[in-house]
Design a binder for this molecule. Structure first.
Ligand SMILES: Cc1cc2nc3c(=O)[nH]c(=O)nc-3n(C[C@H](O)[C@H](O)[C@H](O)COP(=O)(O)OP(=O)(O)OC[C@H]3O[C@@H](n4cnc5c(N)ncnc54)[C@H](O)[C@@H]3O)c2cc1C
Length: 401
């Protein structure tokens, strides 16, 4: 069975490891020019759903490398007002995973870019860069011709869309899936955690995750990442770019507001990082001084504007040998920090089904049907819960019906 994955993000690469580890034939087509072509995101929270999936997919050395590069923060995820008074806590169970604990804390934080680099190790022959998938054709014998932007084609028995929220494969396979703009705008940046920066940041914000917001749902997030074992020999044997990134401590900080209080979209998404930082700074004027300092500490080179979007759940569809995973089918509000965990769970669930297919335990379409049914159940639940919590703490729109 020739398995082709469109998209080499967290979901696609984790599934590729899982399949590769069990001897299945898998190839990944990724639009980026190479693994370091762009900084693929900031710090993300990983719970036991995500760690279980990674543990199942990664060979022991890569698993150890993952643990050395991630952070093990305090368990606290706290909410504040703009004067840094504590607000009532949110339901912690919403951010907890469903995976099997592997003798590590429930809440880890990882740099998305570092994790992606780790996921590439060992897959050098399976991953094709500079390969943007634009769609596919099905042939009379039900095999698939995958279409690439440069005109090349690839033959497959199974095509898996893991190409993120703007997925070309999902648009063709499931045109009924809509992407909703949840009407919240974000300006995100990194703060390098030097001793000087740490001295200026308030200790009460040094949790797994903290969000301070005012009565108008204008908010500021801080999520530190302090690497567990930067001196690990497993890091030392990687290339200089990997070593530099994987030993640097930083915090993710996000300023969020509603569109009518933010720069107009035309400006927000074209403005340079200086303008974006200046806007965030102006908007937190009068807040607790430590929150103002937090924005002042942003590394301007890392500032970027983001839009909060979500897939809208759809009714069950007939399974075929073209399936979907991760943000391609269930991108969600970032309010709970569980989008990547759910994408990793897809890799675990789909990988398990494909193993059963490969060993002759079930036909391919039964395996795909089993995965898609399970995925719709847990992923749509996570997506709806994220949208609900996002309404309460970010003030974004509800999911459209
Ligand atoms: C600000 C922010 C904070 C977040 N924090 C968290 C968190 O704390 N915890 C959490 O669990 N989740 C978090 N998320 C969500 C998480 O980042 C996503 O859910 C996760 O990255 C989805 O992984 P994916 O592999 O499905 O998609 P992606 O990461 O989007 O990967 C898709 C890949 O496909 C490639 N691609 C795209 N189009 C094509 C194409 N046509 N052909 C070939 N390749 C293509 C892309 O280059 C990319 O490599 C956060 C998201 C945001 C925006």
């Amino acid at each position: 069975m020739r398995i082709v994955i469109a998209g080499g993000g967290l979901a696609g690469l984790t599934l590729a490891h899982y399949l590769n580890r069990h001897g299945l034939d898998v190839a990944v087509y990724e639009r980026d020019a190479d693994i370091a072509a762009r900084e693929a995101g900031y710090r993300i929270h990983i719970n036991s759903t995500g760690t279980s999936a990674l543990h199942a997919a990664l060979e022991p050395r890569l698993w150890e490398l993952f643990l050395a590069t991630c952070g093990m923060p305090s368990e606290d995820m706290l909410l504040f007002d703009e004067r840094l008074n504590l607000r009532p806590g949110r339901d912690r169970s919403a951010t907890e995973g469903t995976g099997v604990p592997a003798d590590i804390p429930e809440h880890l934080v990882v740099c998305r870019s570092t994790l992606r680099r780790i996921l590439y190790l060992g897959l050098e022959e399976a991953v094709h860069f500079g390969a943007k998938v634009t769609g596919y054709r099905t042939r009379p014998d039900s095999t698939i011709t995958v279409l690439l932007e440069d005109g090349a084609t690839v033959e497959a028995d199974l095509l898996i869309a893991a190409d993120g929220i703007n997925s070309a494969v999902r648009a063709q396979r499931l045109p009924q899936v809509r992407i909703a703009d949840l009407g919240s705008r974000h300006i995100a940046a990194k703060i390098h955690l030097t001793d000087e920066a740490k001295a200026k940041l308030p200790a009460e914000l040094f949790n797994a995750f903290s969000l301070a917001y005012d009565a108008d749902f204008t908010g500021l997030t801080l999520g530190p990442l302090e690497r567990t074992d930067p001196t690990s020999p497993l890091i030392a044997e990687q290339d200089p770019g990997f070593r530099r990134e994987a030993t640097a401590d930083y915090a993710l900080s996000i300023f969020n507001s509603l569109p009518d209080r933010m720069l107009p979209d035309e400006e927000l998404f074209t403005a340079g990082p200086d303008t974006l930082k200046a806007h965030a700074l102006e908007r937190v004027t009068g807040w607790h001084p430590a929150l103002v300092d937090t924005v002042r500490l942003w590394d301007t080179a890392t500032v970027q504007a983001l839009k909060c979007r979500s897939c809208v759940p759809v009714d069950a569809w007939e399974p075929s040998n073209i399936t979907v995973m991760g943000d391609a089918v269930h991108a969600m509000s970032p309010a709970l920090g569980i989008g990547a965990n759910t994408a990793l769970r897809d890799a675990h669930t789909l990988g398990g089904q494909l193993l059963a297919v490969a060993s002759g335990d079930k036909p391919l379409l039964a395996g795909i049907a089993g995965y898609e049914q399970a995925m719709r159940d847990y992923a749509y639940h996570a997506l709806r819960m994220s949208a609900f919590v996002g309404q309460k703490v970010i003030g974004h729109l509800p999911l459209p019906e």
